[in-house]
Design a protein around this ligand. Structure first.
Ligand code: F6R
Length: 605
């Protein structure tokens, strides 16, 4: 979603801002803009709808020079993508702001400002911020004071960066609910919504907390929180946090699909030591409570939700712990019952998904006592707001469509299910389970070797308008994830069904134009899914089967998956479905890493 980069440097900042925006493109956006304070102390701004490359061309063609500036990629929420709605927003040509998040009480604030004579030029909620700053400056001694005085009036979430043409050496930033990070080097200082926006010279950063307001100048950084100066810790930026590159791959998604064996190995190494699973992970004080858990509630969105659906089956089958899984946006608005001795798990790749964070807040109010985050971002709001955390260690995921983060989530869940089973002395097959877990990286590498066959086999699918995915047990959720991947990047309408549900309705759709993707590992429900395949074939459906069994009619398209222990097979079968979606989208010539309308991290409701 929206991205901010702002900074102060000794040379022209416009180029650095554009580079920062390019690094933020992966988050998803529909327009962009920047503002700088020129040497004559006027604010100049440039905006464009569409790709950052268009803004770059405008900036290049015009004289956009200054040492301090703010820039933004916008993902439309209030008002369509247009140059008027794109940020920065200005008030009286004196102040400019960029904003991420949603100001929920903007209509009331706007009415008050209009009554005072302020004129609005956009449909956005964000524009109120800059007029509020202008208004506050009538009684404030500095932009820093003005921003501090307006934040208590705001409802909702914000990360904002503001400049004042009369103080061209100071940038003011503030956050509540939306991430904002300050990046530091000897001669540059930036603020951004993601570490990835910083250039390679920025090696240290400060994570701002909710309600922080910071004044940034070349030599001084002051962070205030509710009227007090707060010294926030300085962190080193690790290599995999900034400067993500595609290497030899054309798309981040393709690279991230191929990174999965290493990502999963890293994860296993992090949590499985000589002393066993999660031996040093949970604080001693929590270990007893964890071992006594009787119930688990998991909330998530999108792919993370699909991972949670599989976790439910594992928790119940291996650890005999009852588990319910809910879509975060539904859970947060529902009155539900808190089971006794329950653990609340919120799972999110980004840790910034608004609905998942709100669901966590709702769970705390309902009375859940212990919460666990499963997350790919160590510095996320989700990690900060939960009692316990398991990082998925997948490395930065840039492609909007999740791949390695999803299989890493599944692997953490699987390890957790085994851990709970061990704690509850339920595993008679501990060695077999550990052995299966350790096989994962090699099995994933094997699955990746199927790429040329998948590429060839799926070619006809690029012409399909609709597609059906079916599976049973865990593979139903893998089918859901496969359908989501296909929708997201190929724009082909895809649905997933539990195979047994076909004849309760969706079979009416089957004809020779509807491809049916079947995920059919050789397990105890294979014969059941074989019957479902026959039902589809009898009605002229085109069937594409992913299986480690060859016990199928030769007329079907079969992608042979190497046999794997059933414990890990949902993780293995994720790979060919990711490759399927990737190659279909490639054939269609789509923007694979930044699919239309989508954002990487959904920070608004
Ligand atoms: C799918 C995808 C989304 C996310 C969803 C939740 O490829 O990426 O469906 O899974 O927006 O995001 P996180 O996991 O960051 O909470």
């Amino acid at each position: 979603m929206c991205g901010i980069i702002a900074g102060i440097i000794n040379t022209n900042i416009a180029d650095s801002l554009i580079e920062g925006l390019e690094r933020l493109e992966y988050r998803g956006y529909d327009s962009s803009g920047l503002a700088v304070i020129k040497s004559d102390q006027s604010i100049i701004h440039r905006k464009s709808v569409g790709k950052v490359s268009e803004l770059k061309a405008i900036v290049k063609a015009s004289k956009t020079e200054g040492q301090i500036g703010i820039a933004h990629t916008r993902w439309a929420t209030h008002g369509k993508p247009s140059t008027l709605n794109a940020h920065p927003h200005l008030s009286h040509d004196c102040f400019a702001i960029v904003h991420n998040g949603i100001i929920e009480n903007y209509e009331t604030l706007k009415e008050e400002l209009i009554a005072e004579g302020y004129e609005f030029s956009s449909e956005t909620d964000s524009e109120v911020l800059v007029h509020l700053i202008h208004q506050a400056m009538q009684s404030s001694s500095s932009l820093f004071d003005a921003v501090q005085s307006i934040t208590p009036k705001l409802e909702g979430s914000y990360a904002l960066a503001a400049i004042d043409k009369s103080t061209p050496d100071t940038l003011v930033v503030a956050r509540r609910g939306s991430p904002l990070i300050i990046g530091l080097s000897d001669d540059q200082i930036f603020a951004a919504s993601d570490v990835i926006a910083f250039n390679e010279t920025i090696e240290q950063c400060i994570y701002l907390e909710d309600e922080d307001v910071a004044a940034i100048s070349k030599n001084l950084l002051t962070v205030m929180n509710n009227g007090e100066i707060i010294p926030r810790p300085i962190n080193s930026i690790s290599g995999d946090e900034n400067g993500a590159s595609k290497g030899s791959y054309t798309h981040f998604m393709h690279k991230e699909i191929h990174e999965q064996p290493q990502a999963i190995q890293r994860l296993i190494d992090a949590y499985l030591t000589d002393k066993g699973l999660f031996s040093n992970t949970f604080p001693v004080a929590d270990q007893l409570a964890i071992s006594r858990i009787k119930n688990i509630t998991i909330v998530a969105c999108g792919s993370s939700y699909h991972a949670a659906l599989i976790a439910k089956l594992w928790f119940e089958a291996y650890a005999e712990i009852q588990c319910q899984v809910e879509i975060a946006s539904e859970f947060r608005y529902r009155k539900s019952i808190v089971p006794k001795r329950s653990l609340f798990i919120a799972i999110s790749q980004s840790g910034e998904t608004a609905d998942t964070l709100a669901a966590l807040g709702h769970a705390k109010k309902l009375g859940y006592k212990k919460s666990l985050a499963i997350c790919n971002s160590n510095h996320s709001s989700l990690v900060r707001e939960t009692d316990l955390c398991l990082l998925t260690h997948a490395g930065k995921e840039i492609s909007v469509a999740s791949t390695k983060a999803f299989t890493s989530q599944l692997t953490v869940f699987l390890m957790l299910a085994i851990y709970f089973a061990q704690k509850r002395k339920l595993t008679t097959k501990n060695d077999t389970m550990m052995d299966a877990l350790k096989q994962l990286p090699d099995q994933l590498s094997d699955a990746l070797t199927l790429e040329p066959l998948i590429e060839k086999t799926v070619t006809p699918l690029a012409k399909a308008k609709n597609c059906l995915f079916i599976g049973r047990g865990e593979m139903h959720s893998i089918a859901m994830e496969g359908a989501l991947k296909l929708k997201e990047i190929s724009y082909i309408h895809a649905e997933a069904y539990a195979a047994g549900e076909l004849k309760h309705g969706p079979i009416a759709l089957i004809d020779d134009k509807l491809p049916v993707i079947v995920i059919a590992p050789n397990n105890d429900v294979l014969s059941k899914i074989q019957s479902n395949i026959n039902e589809v074939k009898a009605r002229g459906g085109q069937v594409y089967i992913f299986s480690d069994s060859d016990d199928f009619d030769q007329a079907n398209s079969l992608i042979p998956i190497a046999p794997a222990p059933s414990l890990i097979s949902p993780i293995i079968y994720s790979i060919p479905l990711q490759l399927l979606a990737y190659h279909i989208a490639l054939l269609k010539g789509n923007d694979i890493d930044q699919p239309r309308n989508l954002a990487k991290s959904v920070t608004v409701e």
